[in-house]
Design a protein around this ligand. Structure first.
Ligand code: PHE
Length: 343
């Protein structure tokens, strides 16, 4: 019996020594100490021993069991420590390594510019209106006093969808929409930003799609001086306090009188005849404007005998190009991240 137990202990001890992972160690535990193990069988055999023999043999078996159990516990602790060691080594972080740069998304330069324009007009009490990009011929042209055969339609070569529906060529249809929405003829002070479409070739200064901001003010006693003052204020806010404006006579069918507005060149202030931005003229065209034509007012339900108004329309791409010093419109639409990351 004693030899048998010693053999078992030796076998267990060498098995435990050789084991390399916790799962195999547990298998050994089951094999040497489990219900079906030889030790358990020996305990059963013990019942057949005499009363004198029992305590002695019982002690031998118990000692053997404790010895194996201790060996297993020690090995278990050692394996666990080893496992932790391996884990720490494999997850080691080199804190001296410089970090990888995380690129965060941000607003597109056109959105940034549009937001600035909106802020300036909102600060003057303007509301922000919207109109559809797929527009009717009526709102895009006719309600702005451009009947079907009007030659000024040629100024804006258009994408027609049907005879009566087109991609809007300008944000001016929102003028008529806003007036017609106001059935109580309330005074209007609004801007309408949005995309517009024209059959233009795609080059450094033209794109078949671009962004405009329309402005419309209608109330009693609105004069050309209000238009001029508003645009002067706007230009100083967006281009800087030293910016000046110049008004040139122009023509739009829906305003009378009409004007094109130039802003003083913020690059050379007119001092450089080779200036890339203004080509030495000192002035840059930035928008079209004028007093709302009485026919436009009456077609949309306002009485020109009581109220008057002014309107303007500007291109956001052009303003962004001037404020950021960009010389090619196409950068805005090509989504080259090397360009976009600069804003
Ligand atoms: N809609 C005109 C254009 O796109 C600009 C404009 C708007 C002119 C409002 C006068 C008044 O050219």
């Amino acid at each position: 019996m004693e030899n048998k137990v010693k053999e078992l202990c030796d076998a267990a001890s060498s098995a435990i020594n050789a084991v390399a992972d916790l799962k195999a160690l547990d298998d050994i535990r089951v094999k040497f100490l489990g219900k079906k193990s030889e030790i358990t069988t020996l305990v059963k055999v013990m019942n057949e021993l005499s009363a004198e023999e029992k305590p002695r043999v019982g002690k031998i078996i118990n000692d053997a069991r404790n010895q194996i159990k201790n060996l297993i516990d020690e090995k278990k602790a050692a394996l666990k420590a080893q496992e932790l060691q391996n884990k720490l080594a494999s997850e080691k972080i080199d804190v001296t390594l410089s970090g990888r740069k995380i690129y965060r998304g941000h607003l597109h330069p056109l959105t940034l510019t549009l937001n600035r324009v909106k802020e300036i007009f909102i600060s003057m009490g303007y509301s922000v209106e919207e109109g559809p990009e797929v527009e009717t011929d009526y709102f895009n042209f006719e309600a702005l006093t451009l009947p079907k055969d009007h030659p000024a339609r040629d100024m804006q070569d258009s994408f027609y969808i049907t005879e009566e529906i087109l991609l809007r060529t300008q944000t001016s249809p929102v003028q008529a929409r806003t007036m017609q929405k106001n059935s109580n003829n309330a005074p209007i002070r609004m801007i309408a930003p949005g995309r517009v479409y024209r059959r233009d070739d795609y080059d450094a200064s033209h794109s078949p799609m671009f962004t405009q901001v329309e402005g419309l003010v209608v109330d009693e006693g609105i004069t050309f001086a209000d238009l001029k003052g508003t645009l002067d204020f706007f230009c100083k806010k967006i281009f800087g306090e030293t910016a000046q404006i110049r008004l040139r006579p122009s023509f739009f069918p829906f305003t009378e009188p009409s004007t094109e507005v130039d802003v003083s060149c913020m690059m050379c202030h007119g001092s450089d005849e080779h200036c890339k931005v203004c080509h030495g003229s000192g002035w840059l065209e930035i928008l079209g404007a004028g007093m709302v034509h009485p026919d436009v007012l009456s077609m949309s339900g306002y009485a020109p005998s009581k109220v008057s108004g002014f309107a303007f329309g500007m291109g956001i791409e052009r303003i962004a190009m001037l404020t950021y010093g960009i010389d090619d419109l196409r950068y805005f639409f090509e989504n080259d991240t090397r360009f976009l990351h600069q804003f």
